[in-house]
Every structure is written in structure tokens, then in C-alpha cells.
Design a protein around this ligand. Sequence first.
Ligand code: SF4
Ligand code: SF4
Length: 453
Amino acid sequence: MNEKVIMRNLDPNERSHTFEEVALGYNDEEALKEANRCLQCVNPRCMKGCPVNIEIPKFIKAIKEKNLEEAYNIILNSSSLPAICGRVCPQEKQCESMCVKGLKGDAIAIGSLERYVADYAREHKLNKTNRKPKIGKKVAIVGSGPSGLTCAGQLLKEGIDVTIYESLHKAGGVLTYGIPEFRLPKKIVESEIDNLKAMGARILLNVVIGKTITLKELEDTYDAVYIATGAGLPKFLNIPNENANGVFSANEILTRINLMSSFKEDAKTPIKKGNKALVIGGGNVAMDAARSLKRIGYDVTITYRRTMEELPARKMEIEHAIEEGIKFNLLKNPKEVLIDENYNVKGLKVALMELTDIDESGRRGVKELPNEYEEIPCDTIVVALGTMPNPIATENSDIKTDSKGLIITDGSLTNNSRVYAGGDAVTGSATVILAMEAGCEAASKIISSIKEH
Ligand code: SF4
Ligand code: SF4
């Protein structure tokens, strides 16, 4: 009774050639067994770890009572994207890290139970469109990623009209272009977006705020504006030959694979596929890029400056990558992209590193070993070193940003009293659930302000 019910996964040999979802979800029996492990604490520590404050014991109790509609309604009170959170929230660092059962054994698999309920709701068409009567106010949201969608959900519930502006040809932001199908199937994202549309959200695609329409024009048309443009601008290494043919940012490779299926022969914008890829970085995006390249036939190695212990990616994603045959080449610092006479990638020169003491980030530091280099042959390099906010929406506006390009806010509000901002555009690249928390917070500020005026 005390051991966690482990979610079944697709066999690694099978899944490393397909984009099918890896984690298979709980069946009814497994979900009930896991729900029955929950102690129904009177002071539930788990809730303190949930940024959107889901009433965790309550929804788990409803699962125990086999009342999944009730469980779904309880989750929906706090989250408009439960099928997504149940899959991509770093639960082990949030709600589950606080669960009392985790003090002496396995924490309750809260995320897996949330996913189970959300999937049941979708399969049984329980989706709700609970909305108060319209109050004659309208808000523009710039960006249709997790923060923008969450903000939209909260505003719609209060009877406020919402128009979401998306620069790409599909809604969902990082949920659509960034997180691969095998971790987050696109039909799940589409279904959550369809729920918002059923509540009345208007989503306008292929509109670049700052180019097609200015922020000022939105301000003049709407009662408030929420900027949730995320952090989609990739960071690069600034090493020689980084512009060579065969070097990609993780953003580009993931967008091409996820959104444009560019690995298919009949794709409109095909990528010239190589054989041996090096992915530089150790976060979740590096794992996503490596595992995506593996699925389209590459032999993939991840290079990282530190060791396995310091990899910042989720443990589960690292384990999945290893199971799928991704190799790791650690304690290496990229110095130069090696090229052939046609400016195509033929390898990466790296410096060998060693660990030093724990630094201010709480991790072991690293330093290069003097004059120790290695050349790693490859034909494709993917740089996954994080992202920064894209400045297009705000660059010709009065909205203040800091030296890193992050929008400066005071509790969601920018220096302009009608413009709010949140998510990665304010904090820098973070998690889906933190972006959702910011969307929630901004919505409540917008609702109060709109109702006051
Ligand atoms: Fe846990 Fe995330 Fe669900 Fe909150 S939203 S209960 S943190 S999985
Ligand atoms: Fe259940 Fe753990 Fe939350 Fe207690 S802390 S209510 S055991 S999930």
C-alpha cells in the first residue's frame, strides 16, 4: 500500500523510433490504488507546493469515491490546463516534494492522478464552459502559451471577453512548438485550447504584435492588455563558426520537428538530415532536442560542462533519454565549430573541464583544464543553452525592460497602468506551471482593476 504505483511507459526500443507518447497514464485500477495511498491530511502540505493552488486532497478523495466528474471540477477551479500540468509540471519539485508521504517513502503521484482525471474528462467529453454573464469588458492577450491561456481562462470565467494574438500559425506557444509530441501530444494541447474557445476565447493567429499591430493600438482598443510572449529567443555560444551549415538552436530544431514535421520527405521546409548530432546543454530542452533527433534517425550525444549529478533536466527525462540510447559526453566546454571546405559542420572542438567547489548557484563550479582539448566528430550541432524574451512586442513601446530584456513589473503590472505582463517574458525561461501561476495572478489583478473602473 505504501509504494507508489509507477506509470507504465512505452518500451524504449519501440519509442525511440516513434513520436508516440512515452508515458501511458494510469488505468482505473492503478489510479484508485494510488489515490488510496493519500492520507487526506487535514493540513495538506502538498497544496503549498502547487503554484496554482489546486485542492489536491479534495480531488484525490473524489477519485477514491470514483466520482471523476467531481474530481475534474475541483481541479478546474484552479487550473484551466490540467491535462498539460499532469504531464509537464515538474511535480517532483513542487506538490509532490511537499507531500507528507514523501518524508518516509514515496510521495503520492499527484501529477499522474491529475493527468488521469483530465484524460478521463476529455475522453468522456466532460469539458466545462462555466462562464459568468458578460460584463462588457475586453482584454487582449499577447501570446497563446501557458501563461496567456491561463490568464484567458480566468478572465473568461468572470465574463470578460478575451482576444489572444499569436504570432505563429498554431496556438499553444511552447506547448505546441517546444515540447515534443512524445511528452505532450498535440491533441491534448488542442483539446485544452478548444475548451477555452468554447468559453468564448477568440484566437487570432499569424499576428505579430509590435509589427502587424502595435501595443499602443491594442491599448486603445481593449480595457487591458496582458503580455505573455514567453522567452523564445535562443542564446548562442559565441564561438567561431557558429553560423556553419548544420548548427541549429534547440528552438529551431524543435519547432521544425514539432510544428512543421520537417523531417518528412514531403515537408514544405525540410531539414537536411545528418547522421551524428551533438546537443549542447543539460536542461529539459536539451533532452527534448536529443530525444527528437534520435527519433528521426540520428546517433545523438549530449555534451555538458558539468557531470550527470549537476544536469538541470528533470530526472525522469534524463532516465528516458538514457533508456532511448542518448549518450552523454560530460565535463566538456565548446570552443569552436569545426567545418569542412563548404562551411558544413564536421565536428566540435571542446575544452576538458573539471569540477570545483560549490558556487553561488548552489552547484559545483567548473574550470577548464589547461591546454586539454578534444575534437568530437559530428555533422549536426544543436545549441540548447536557454532562451531570452523576444523584444518585438515591446521594443517600440513605452514598456520598460531591464538589461536582459525582461519586462519590469510590479505584481504583474508594467509601468503602463493598462498593460500587464507575466511568465517567461518577465522571469526569463522557467516552467509551464510558473507561467500559468503568473497568468492567474495577472488575471486577478486585471479583474480587480476592470471592476473598479
Ligand atoms: Fe502538482 Fe502541478 Fe498539478 Fe499543481 S498543477 S498539483 S504542482 S502537478
Ligand atoms: Fe495526500 Fe500527500 Fe497531500 Fe497528504 S500531503 S493530502 S498524503 S497528497
